[in-house]
Design a binder for this molecule. Structure first.
Ligand SMILES: [Zn+2]
Length: 386
């Protein structure tokens, strides 16, 4: 047995272990030739190998090792597999059940729902007006350390991102929630902060108003370095689509959903095996927790007097990398001519206390009537001569 086939056998062992969460048979009257555990392994394997149900049957026929490790005495017909896809739709979601992580990232992506090629759909059928892009939308929460999928939500696309945010997070125990601008809203931040007791790292939308707004009781310091961890979700999407295909072969949404979940299960299993081997070889830790330990987040409620905009806010970056707010008094108005109200140049805009400390020559212009502009000064002198 070479290395490649042992990879499959590892995968099957893990899948069989996972399948134990399913009941052995859906009904006590079922014919009990194959049990649900074996069928699930076949279905997940089908996604891993990017095969159709007919292909996997043929593949199993020639592959004795695999058949043995799944425990199949004979090879099922392809319709058995398809029927299983239909039946398992309510239970299969429970198989992805990791609920704890340090930091998670949330994002969504689309999977093509039909096998017709892009050319066939658009160019060849170009007279048809109906060109609406139909796809299946997958939203996931991903552990950014281990890159495992925690929770998922699958819908018919197109749909907005925001609706699935709470649903994805509800049962999770996390410290940081990283998401992109599409999820930016006060409700989402409040949910993460108050319900999960975690820290939301979501950038603000352009039109969302003030920079670093104080939200209720807490203030979020946006951290670029942590936010960069979000790209792990995109990595996961890219891996799933490359390894297990971005097209769903089923025609009905319910079975498309099962197919997609099988892809996710296959991904998680592969990833777990990989992490396991990394630890066996005592490779450098694949987890980058180091900078997660330094919280860049603090609760702050400004003193009452600082809540108003009487004071100017200055954002100062401290040596520790934090950004803190300094409240400074606003500058007084520019000095004006006492008669015509024109701006007086050469008179600095300083607070009275500072004004007291600078030299007399800097406070005013060196000409008679220094509270008047030059024109008004001339008029004044002429008047006094008459
Ligand atoms: Zn004047």
């Amino acid at each position: 047995m070479n290395n490649n086939s042992s990879e499959y056998l590892n995968f099957i062992d893990e899948a069989l272990e996972l399948a134990k969460k399913l009941p052995r048979h859906f009904s006590k009257f079922s014919n009990k030739i194959y049990d649900n555990h074996q069928k699930l392994v076949i279905v997940v394997l089908m996604q891993k190998l990017k095969m159709t149900s007919r292909d996997i049957v043929k593949w199993l026929e020639v592959n004795e090792f695999v058949r043995l490790s799944i425990g199949l005495s004979r090879v099922p017909v392809h319709t058995t597999i398809l029927r299983f896809l239909k039946k398992v739709k309510n239970l299969i979601g429970k198989l992805l059940d990791i609920r704890q992580a340090d930091s998670i990232a949330i994002d969504s992506t689309g999977f093509e729902a039909e096998q017709k090629s892009y050319y066939y759909r658009t160019v060849w059928n170009s007279e048809k007006k109906q060109k609406a892009r139909r796809y299946v939308k997958l939203s996931v929460a991903v552990d950014t350390d281990k890159q495992l999928i925690l929770t998922h939500k699958i819908r018919m696309g197109p749909r907005n991102d925001n609706i699935d945010f709470k649903g994805l997070l509800k049962e999770l125990k996390v410290q940081y929630v990283i998401a992109d601008k599409a999820y930016s809203s006060r409700k989402n931040r409040d949910f993460v902060f108050y319900n999960l007791r975690a820290k939301p790292i979501i950038p603000r939308k352009k039109n969302e108003g003030g920079y670093n707004v104080v939200h209720g009781r807490y203030k979020i310091e946006f951290d670029d370095k942590l936010y960069h961890q979000r790209s792990k979700v995109e990595t996961v999407f890219s891996v799933i689509k490359r390894k297990y295909g971005s097209v769903l072969r089923s025609k009905k949404f319910a079975t498309q959903r099962v197919e997609l979940i099988c892809k996710l299960i296959a991904y998680n299993l592969d990833r777990k095996i990989k992490i396991y081997f990394l630890f066996l070889r005592i490779a450098p830790e694949p987890l980058n927790k180091t900078f997660l330990n330094t919280p860049k987040f603090f609760i702050c409620m400004p003193r009452g007097m600082y809540k108003s905009r009487t004071f100017r806010r200055v954002y100062v970056k401290t040596p520790g990398g934090k950004t803190v707010i300094h409240y400074e008094k606003r500058k007084p108005k520019q000095a004006h001519c006492a008669v015509c109200k024109a701006v007086l140049h050469g008179v600095p805009r300083l607070n009275p206390t500072r004004m007291m400390n600078i030299s007399k020559s800097k406070k005013r212009v060196s000409r008679p009537y220094s509270n008047l502009c030059s024109k008004c000064m001339r008029n004044k002198i002429r008047e006094s001569l008459r």
